[in-house]
Design a protein around this ligand. Structure first.
Ligand code: PMP
Length: 439
């Protein structure tokens, strides 16, 4: 049986009040603040396997997974050993080290079109740098992105972004100069005609199209058959680059990310890829990569500058390497099966309670929209009922299951979600579905 927790959480409430006196909104990343679901974010004191423990000593089955990285579960013993060993030999050198090479080799071995990778510290840095490289290579300035896709908080890529920007219903962000926004063309996702029209009108000025390989930041909205192929064909025909953002999908949807499921495309592979989350194993590590001939434009060999004090950090690379090495076929099969069990049970509970819903998939990544019908783009995604999700979320939380505090996010399952953890989620679903039906 799931536990039954009171809706107040005194220790987290006290910490949140204290946080608000020194941290904007009390959090260091906006979606953590529970604004769209209401209530107090749980302050976590420890995490192990599939579970989080909060400051009130309550245990939750975790379906946030740190928003993607924790594919093996929390504090995996062998990853912990690798991290402890690395940390015991120094925290940061500012000079090259072997694990950086090993992590790059691991990525190159998995994603066939990627020959060279540069390590950075966040997904935002990866997409920002890939975009700069694309502009440097083409000598063009415009970039096409898709509404509802989130690529980090890069000025040029915040327009109509998903994730927190979607959660808070922001059109885009204040503080982005109109000159930066003017170079960004936002198109509806899965709309080939819109893409072709923009390239017909403006193709010679477009440096790149950037897309989430399979979007997960407006909820999961997989590319319709032929869409990514069309992106590849149109960009190639107009001399623009295609950047596939695999920060979320990379090494999660398959050992080679979304590319491993869908690529290679008849019209060729994407030019540049970005990675993050899983490849850092919960530490700040991310990367961008592509063919050696393109990556050679980066400093020190080429004219496109990019750098980082902590890039390739020895502790982060040890965590990422140990994590990727343990992402075996069995791990992917387990996550796939657990995700299907959870999603099927959630759909059954919502159906039984008469709550409109749609489950969408990208590999083993799934999310549930609280609305009916196929979701193909951001406008469709916005039909999801935020109040129904908020009620569902809090009923799950009260029964010891921590979902992402936003209706637009993936439910991240890990290899540590064993039968006991999955059973606890299943047992909590009927009451949560009935709370959603009353919302
Ligand atoms: N791209 C995608 C597809 C993402 O999901 C995210 C983060 N959710 C980012 C980029 C940005 O990564 P980070 O938060 O590490 O900067």
């Amino acid at each position: 049986m799931p536990p039954s927790y009171p809706s107040d959480a005194p220790a987290s409430e006290a910490l949140f009040a204290r946080a608000k006196t020194v941290v904007p909104g009390g959090v260091n990343s906006p979606v953590r603040a529970f604004r769209s679901v209401g209530g107090t974010p749980r302050f976590i004191t420890s995490a192990r396997g599939a579970y989080l423990i909060d400051a009130d000593g309550r245990e939750y089955v975790d379906l946030i997974g740190s928003w993607g990285p924790m594919i093996l579960g929390h504090t995996h013993p062998e990853v912990l050993a690798a991290v402890t060993d690395a940390a015991s030999r120094g925290f940061s050198y500012g000079t090259p080290s072997e694990n950086e090479v090993a992590l790059a080799e691991e990525i190159v071995a998995r994603v066939e079109p990627v020959e060279h990778v540069r390590l950075v510290s966040s997904g935002t840095e990866a997409t920002m740098s890939a975009l700069r490289l694309a502009r440097g290579l083409t000598g063009r300035s415009r970039v096409v992105k898709f509404a509802g896709c989130y690529h980090g908080h890069v000025d040029a890529l915040l327009a109509a972004a998903g994730s927190g920007v979607a959660t808070f219903g922001l059109p885009d962000s204040a503080g982005v100069p109109s000159s930066a926004a003017a170079e960004t063309i936002v198109l509806p996702y899965n709309d080939i005609a819109a893409l072709e029209a923009v390239f017909a009108a403006d193709g010679e000025h477009i440096a790149a199209v950037i897309t989430e390989a399979a979007p997960g930041n407006m909820g999961v909205v997989p590319p319709a058959p032929g869409f990514t192929e069309a992106l590849r064909r149109v960009t190639r025909d107009h001399g623009a680059l295609l950047i596939s953002d695999e920060v979320m999908t990379g090494f999660r949807c398959s050992r080679s990310g979304w590319y491993g499921l869908e690529g290679p495309y008849a019209a060729g592979a994407p030019d540049l890829f970005t990675f993050g989350k899983v490849m850092g194993g919960g530490f700040p590590a991310a990367a961008f990569g592509g063919p050696a001939a393109l990556m050679a434009a980066l400093a020190p060999d080429g004219p496109v500058y990019q750098a980082g004090t902590l890039s390739g950090n020895p502790v982060a690379t040890a965590a990422g390497l140990a994590t990727l090495q343990r992402c075996t076929p069995e791990v992917y099969a387990h996550i796939d099966a657990a995700a299907h069990t959870i999603a099927d049970a959630a759909a059954a509970a919502l159906s039984a309670a008469g709550v409109p819903h749609t489950v969408q998939w990208a590999g083993s990544m799934f999310s549930i929209f609280f609305c009916e019908g196929l979701v193909r783009d951001y406008d469709d995604a916005k039909r999801t009922s935020a109040p129904a999700y908020a009620a569902f979320f809090h009923a799950m939380l009260a029964q010891g299951v921590h979902l992402p505090p936003s209706a637009y996010e993936v439910w991240f399952v890990s290899a540590a979600h064993d039968a006991a953890a999955v059973d606890r989620i299943l047992a909590a679903l009927p009451a949560a579905a009935s709370a959603a039906s009353d919302a």
